[in-house]
Design a protein around this ligand. Structure first.
Ligand SMILES: CC(=O)SCCNC(=O)CCNC(=O)[C@H](O)C(C)(C)COP(=O)(O)OP(=O)(O)OC[C@H]1O[C@@H](n2cnc3c(N)ncnc32)[C@H](O)[C@@H]1OP(=O)(O)O
Ligand SMILES: CC(C)C(=O)C(=O)O
Length: 403
């Protein structure tokens, strides 16, 4: 894979991810997660925002000391004190980046920062110059870029690149943009910022309208080189672009995007589980890629198809993202083919008419009970097929409805 075909994966689970209400992690957990992110193969770990607390400073500092491989990044407002804290926390890292930001939308400048456009440009440039005195690699983010006046955004980006920014990040801070619009914004930045070739273009999309991954992919198609994302898509409000979604979309549809990443996809599920356990934020079952139902089939027509050929209903392999296998669930929607498979996995032989009768009994039970277990099916079998069950040597006679 040539390098110009590789999208840089900038993981911000430890920074923006941790901003999810209730997701705070201990220093020990953050260090463990950073090691897991290294194993996952992310290019850059945004380890925290050192000025905000002693704990965040310490976590970034320990990660900078211990985690080798990915570049370690720390966030700083466009303020001297923040940049000094970021530089001090990152000091032990061999490969490091300071990420500084200021808002460029009229609503943020007027009401939040109470600054004029001219003041924002001056403060952005001063921040980048200050960060450059500590590190070569400086990222600048124009917060709320997607709602900023594009002409002002071009002016800010040109100024920060001239000041030494090596990456310019275009956040859709409030998840307002749409794929076509966001792609157009990236294209217009490439066309209107004269020195844009001197910096990498990054995107950072939020999920308020459920479009974070779609917007990030549209940006990649328009020429963005770095995607900022989080494991399980955690982050402010509805979260950030989910790392697993962007990576598997690029992998699975390389025919469309023509880009790859360095991610070891088999580490996606272990990373997801670690984030779930450290933050206490559970992944919804139907979450793309890492949700518990992402590779599970209950409907008979689908189960029949998958038994015949997994490609009928699976566009990715469960094993490739770190699950042990795909799964079948016996339920109200299951049919005879799945029933036969369940029986064979439990070493039970039945004639076709008996399989059909058992399927009917299972369906009837499902009309009364939301979830059925292996024990339920065995109970039905014991009533009707004592001989077959007696001969069976169940391989996993336990309370589970999946196999
Ligand atoms: C889009 C994002 O995700 S941005 C990152 C968000 N992350 C966080 O906020 C991390 C946690 N934050 C904190 O712990 C605190 O907010 C701190 C330490 C950063 C600041 O705390 P405080 O000094 O008490 O200020 P408070 O949070 O109330 O207000 C933010 C201040 O930062 C200023 N500010 C906000 N963004 C920027 C910026 N990019 N550059 C410079 N100043 C900024 C605001 O104007 C306000 O300044 P003021 O105190 O002069 O009015
Ligand atoms: C600091 C920036 C990149 C951010 O988190 C946002 O705009 O959402």
């Amino acid at each position: 894979m040539s390098d110009n075909k590789r999208i840089i994966i900038f993981d911000t689970t430890l920074r923006d991810g941790e901003q999810s209400p209730g997701a705070s992690m201990t220093i020990f957990e953050k260090i463990q997660l950073a090691h897991q992110l290294q194993k996952l193969g992310v290019d850059i770990i945004e380890a925290g925002f050192p000025v905000i607390s002693k704990g965040d400073f310490e976590a970034v500092n320990q990660i900078a000391r211990q985690v080798k491989g990915p570049k370690i990044c720390a966030l700083a407002r466009a303020k001297a004190q923040d940049i000094e804290a970021a530089a001090a926390a990152l000091e032990p890292a061999t490969n490091k980046r300071i990420h500084t930001f200021i808002a460029t939308s009229d609503i943020h400048m007027k009401y939040k920062l109470k600054m004029t456009r001219e003041q924002v440009v001056l403060q952005a440039v001063a921040a980048v110059k200050k960060a450059k005195t500590y590190v070569d690699d400086v990222e600048f983010s124009a917060e709320d870029a997607a709602r900023s006046d594009p002409n002002f955004l071009f002016q800010v980006l040109e100024a920060v690149i001239s000041a030494g920014a090596t990456t310019v990040n275009i956040p859709d801070t409030v998840g307002y943009s749409t794929p076509l619009e966001f792609a157009q914004l990236i294209k217009s930045i490439k066309d209107n910022v004269p020195n844009i070739e001197s910096a990498a273009i990054s995107v950072h999309c939020h999920n308020d309208l459920g479009l974070a991954s779609a917007n990030s992919l549209a940006a990649v198609e328009a020429g963005a080189e770095q995607v900022e994302c989080t494991v399980n898509g955690i982050g402010e409000r509805s979260g950030n672009c989910a790392l697993e979604e962007i990576v598997m979309a690029l992998n699975t549809r390389s025919d469309v995007f023509g880009h790859k990443t360095r991610i070891d996809t088999k580490q996606l599920v272990p990373s997801s589980k670690m984030v779930e356990s450290f933050t206490g934020i559970n992944v919804q079952p139907n979450k793309a890629i890492v949700g518990r139902n992402a590779f599970a089939h209950e409907a008979g027509i689908h189960q029949h198809g998958v038994i015949a050929n997994r490609g009928t209903y699976e566009i990715m392999r469960a094993e490739d993202v770190g699950f042990e296998s795909n799964e079948f669930v016996l339920g109200k929607h299951s049919g005879r083919h799945a029933m036969k498979l369940w029986l064979s996995r439990n070493n039970i032989r039945l004639a076709d008419d008996e399989v059909a009768a058992l399927s009917e009994s299972v369906k009837s039970l499902c009309d009364q009970k939301k979830r059925i277990t292996d024990s339920d099916v065995f109970a039905i079998l014991k009533e009707t097929q004592q001989e077959a069950v007696a001969m069976a040597e169940p391989t996993h006679f336990m309370e589970t409805r999946r196999w």
